[in-house]
Design a protein around this ligand. Structure first.
Ligand code: NAP
Length: 296
């Protein structure tokens, strides 16, 4: 842990509740490591900041008054913060949510690093995505970052599966004016067996299978068996690790990506914005794995 002095600069995460956030673990690990290297001058600390929805505006004004450098934004503030910012990146506007905010001379700027976090482990695969059909389970907040990420990769088609037709229609309509070249369709769960048989990339953005419901999966094993060989299964959930969904996909020969990497990469992208220098991603990953009791 870095030594906090009178010159230490403040970073944090706002949410409500926020006590379960893993972000302080990885950010302080990265800052602490950087701190031990001579002359980097990373005199920062990252703290959880519980902010009730009704206190958001006054909290942000207070952060400006005390010179907070930047902060992460989590539930329930990812949309509500937007009118309080002077600048919002195009990607955050497309997603309709901000998860990273930093102070500028004219006020607060915001972006969404969940898209970058989602895409990072996929880019490592170094493949051509132009023929890829992506099937996304769920149509909530995280699914929006996933749709934007699949579009950034250049996927041929993005098919979103949900259980509520009205929400699905709203989801589809919300992208109509997006500057992103999105090739999106929406589907109900009954269509999943036929969708899965064409899915090169299958992403779970629902909370099904999250601790403590570790035996649950959003997809039955019989349906999972329809996954094409060589497909990628990606679960945004990071506990358990791996999820039942990823285990079943791997048993079918799919390659698996877990939500921990997205969490690490979105955090690394945010820390890089605040510090304006490269950050130790390995340390961030290692600290989270250690914290969660996973092998490092
Ligand atoms: P959200 O906005 O509440 O969306 C959840 C979606 O899942 C909704 O579309 C919901 O459908 C659907 N769903 C929930 N229970 C379902 C069920 N039993 N059957 C079918 N569909 C169901 O939540 P979110 O913010 O998108 O987060 C979703 C998951 O992603 C969480 O597990 C979260 O921890 C994870 N996440 C991970 C990262 C990361 O960095 N790894 C980042 C963000 C989120 P309805 O709309 O019909 O209710």
């Amino acid at each position: 842990m870095s030594v906090i002095t009178g010159t230490t600069k403040l970073l944090g995460v706002i949410g409500y509740p926020v006590e379960h956030s893993l972000s302080p673990v990885m950010h302080n690990a990265a800052i602490g490591v950087a701190h031990t290297k001579a002359n980097l001058g990373l005199d920062y600390v990252y703290v959880p900041l519980p902010v009730k929805p009704e206190d958001l505006e006054v909290a942000i004004a207070g952060f400006a008054a005390i010179g907070v450098v930047g902060f992460s934004v989590t539930i329930p503030h990812k949309q509500a913060i937007m009118p309080l910012l002077t600048e919002i990146s195009p990607i955050a506007q497309s997603v309709g949510a901000v998860n990273t905010v930093w102070r500028t001379s004219s006020g607060w700027s915001g972006t969404n690093t969940d898209v970058e976090g989602f895409v990072a482990p996929l880019r490592e695969k170094n493949r051509d995505w132009s023929q890829t059909v992506a099937v996304i389970l769920g149509n909530g907040g995280a699914a929006r970052a996933v749709v934007a990420g699949c579009t950034q990769l250049g996927c041929a088609q993005v098919r979103v599966v949900g259980r509520n037709q009205e929400k699905l229609n709203q989801f589809l309509n919300s992208w109509v004016n997006s500057p992103l070249p999105i090739k999106l369709s929406v589907h109900n769960w009954e269509e999943l067996p036929s969708l899965i048989s064409q899915a090169d990339l299958l992403v779970n953005t629902t909370p099904i299978g999250m601790y403590p419901h570790v035996d649950k999966s959003p997809v039955d094993e019989a349906v999972m068996a329809k996954m094409p060989m060589g497909a990628i299964a990606y679960d945004l959930i990071y506990t358990p690790n791996p999820t039942q969904f990823l285990r079943a996909a791997q048993a079918q020969g799919a390659s698996a990506i877990d939500g921990l990497e997205m969490l690490v990469q979105q955090g690394a992208a945010a820390l890089q914005i605040w510090l304006q220098q490269p950050v130790p991603v390995d340390i961030m990953r290692q600290s989270l794995r250690q914290h969660l009791g996973l092998s490092t």
